[in-house]
Design a protein around this ligand. Structure first.
Ligand code: FAD
Length: 401
């Protein structure tokens, strides 16, 4: 049943997905009460620039704002910023805030994202990059660096590689420490991950693989990173990019189905009148519950639920998409690449600057990964909208357009 003017929709999480949902619900004519709860003091902002333009010192944080005066006017709602939801009763539904106040709703949307993972060796000085405050902290730390100081980035995944690239461009010496022998193998598979890593040296980023950190001790404004091979690195700043995880504690007793995220259906409903969006949602992709920390998924999930609740319209299933700017190149990914897939390079070569790679499992194209080929990627999107066999993809070859 669609929303009516008598509804009260409470959205928890004032990030990309929560804000886009509010905007879209209003744009589609919802006239009832709308409340947006966010634990951060800021209006919604964009996170991807934090590890790119902001880390490089090119953008001030204000450029990441998602809310303009015009958008705010177009989306009237009750803002509850600097307030944290601490309990959800999904069957009522109601949301309890950390102040003790109960928000009674007719519908609730959970868009609380993920939090940066920390590792046992992290010291109080170790920075993770998820929020604006983290970016500010990094900038402050960089501003007191002396000649000869370096930054140690732990983890050569997407965030670690992006920050390292941005800092090197800023003229800051960086060493990246990676525990595995090949970062991103689990996401991109062996061959493509190797091709991406090869770009690091060209971009002046030193990545040390197979590194085990035993301990980090901080004193006198420096961190000393002790490695299992007996060496010790002295760093002015240590930044950890070691992944993220959904914070599910506050909804543990909600009655919702939780499994490394919130299980939702194709409309991003966890149950009648309760939705979950963005990084925290596990939605069905090709029949498999899938949780993805991708900007586009956060956006598209918000559009999907808003359309469903506003007018019962079922949008076409979203196609997972993400990009990463690292080592001077743009990686773009459609679908779900898996290390177990067979990779077919259909344009360029992995060793070259640019390529288009199809990932195939059981004769079906499951993902397309490009390096510096944005147009080819866009033209190939159709191959993932419906299941497409490898032969059919090769005969259509949309990436050649
Ligand atoms: C540094 C960085 C770089 C990135 N780069 C890329 C990229 O290049 N490409 C890409 O595709 N994706 C990228 N991403 C991922 C992308 O930003 C996320 O997928 C997107 O922000 C998810 O939106 P969301 O609304 O689900 O969560 P978020 O944007 O995390 O918003 C969730 C909000 O909910 C708040 N919240 C949490 N718990 C509570 C609570 N109990 N009560 C109230 N509020 C709460 C949080 O504080 C937060 O403000 C990047 C992310 C980061 C951090």
């Amino acid at each position: 049943m669609s929303v009516t003017a008598d509804d009260h929709v409470v959205v928890v999480g004032a990030g990309l997905a929560g804000w886009r949902f509010c905007e879209e619900l209003r744009r589609r004519g919802y006239a009832g009460e709308l409340t947006l709860v966010g634990e951060e003091p800021h209006e919604p902002y964009d996170r991807p620039p934090l590890s790119k333009q902001v880390a490089e010192g090119k953008w001030g944080l204000e450029r990441t704002n998602l809310v303009t005066d015009e958008r705010r006017r177009a989306t009237p709602l009750t803002w509850r910023l600097s307030e944290r939801a601490v309990e959800l009763k999904a069957e009522v539904p109601l949301v309890r805030l950390d102040s003790g106040e109960m928000l009674f709703a007719t519908r609730v949307v959970i868009a609380t994202g993920v939090r940066a993972r920390t590792l046992p060796w992290a010291s109080a000085e170790t920075i993770t990059l998820r929020r604006r405050e983290d970016a500010e902290r990094l900038n402050r730390a960089l501003s007191v660096m002396d000649a000869g100081d370096q930054v140690v980035v732990v983890g050569a995944g997407f965030i670690g590689a992006e920050v390292a690239t941005a800092l090197v461009r800023r003229g800051v010496p960086v060493t990246v420490l990676e525990s595995s022998d090949l970062p991103l193998r689990g996401v991109l598979g062996e061959e493509v991950a190797r091709a991406v890593l090869a770009k690091a040296a060209e971009a002046g980023v030193s990545v040390r693989t197979n590194v085990t950190i035993l301990d980090i001790q901080s004193e006198g404004g420096y961190s000393h990173v002790h490695l299992a091979d007996g060496t010790q690195l002295r760093a002015r700043v240590v930044l950890a990019g070691v992944g993220a995880e959904p914070a599910l504690e506050w909804i543990a007793g909600s009655g919702l189905a939780l499994s490394q995220g919130i299980l939702v259906n194709e409309h991003f409903e966890a149950r009648a009148r309760v939705g979950a969006l963005g990084d925290i949602a596990r939605f069905p992709w090709r029949g498999e519950p899938t949780r993805l920390e991708h900007w586009q998924v956060a956006h598209d999930s918000a559009m999907t639920l808003a359309a469903w609740w506003a007018s019962g319209e079922a949008l076409a299933p979203l196609v997972p998409y993400f990009w990463s700017d690292q080592y001077g190149h743009k990686i773009q990914v459609l679908g779900r690449p898996r290390a177990s897939a067979t990779v077919h390079v259909v344009r360029g070569e992995l060793g070259e600057g640019r390529f288009v790679a199809l990932y195939e499992e059981s004769d079906e194209v499951t993902a397309i990964v490009t390096l510096d080929h944005p147009r080819a990627l866009m033209l190939s999107r159709d191959l993932l909208v419906q299941p497409t066999s490898l032969d059919e993809a090769l005969s259509r070859a949309p990436w050649e357009g």
